[in-house]
Ligand binder design. Sequence first.
Ligand code: SF4
Length: 185
Amino acid sequence: MKIELTRENFKAALAALKKARPARVALRAGAGLPGSAEGLAALKAAADLCIERGVPLEIAGIAPCLAPGYARYLKTSPGKSSPCPAAKKCFLAGGCSGIPARHAAQAAAFKPPERGFTDLERCMLAILSAKNGLSTAQVLKAARGLKICSSCSNEGEVFRAAERLIKFGLVAKKYSGGEYLWIKN
Ligand code: SF4
């Protein structure tokens, strides 16, 4: 069963799915859906119905930021998407092929969702807030004096946490004197 939910039809489409007993379902986010909170809720309700009934499901025409928790069902179409301007700051970008071409006019609705920081990331931000422009070794030394977590045991972990923060645009790195210095933006 193929169902295209649009801003206009989502209530009727969801009602039709509830009545039907399809063997499999292909949901598609149609016109206007990214900008409609109610429409997106209907898309998720339709997906949940399929999942609860054990019906094989595929969701097309939407990006992970507008369907959090449904990544495994998303059908990506790289050739039919345009690059997302917010991708560099989006932790979901690795599993996203961009803004579906059909929703180009609603690109503003595709925004990176909030992501909680790991203890390592919080620790690094706290350290750089106190003193900016530290080397990896200096960050590691400072971390030993903080009680945010105790899992930071080597420079590799500091480096990886910093690289993730760079991806979110919160930290920058500068190569100086043969080593990287980490700078909180
Ligand atoms: S914000 Fe952009 S990169 Fe992130 S999931 Fe949405 S469309 Fe993809």
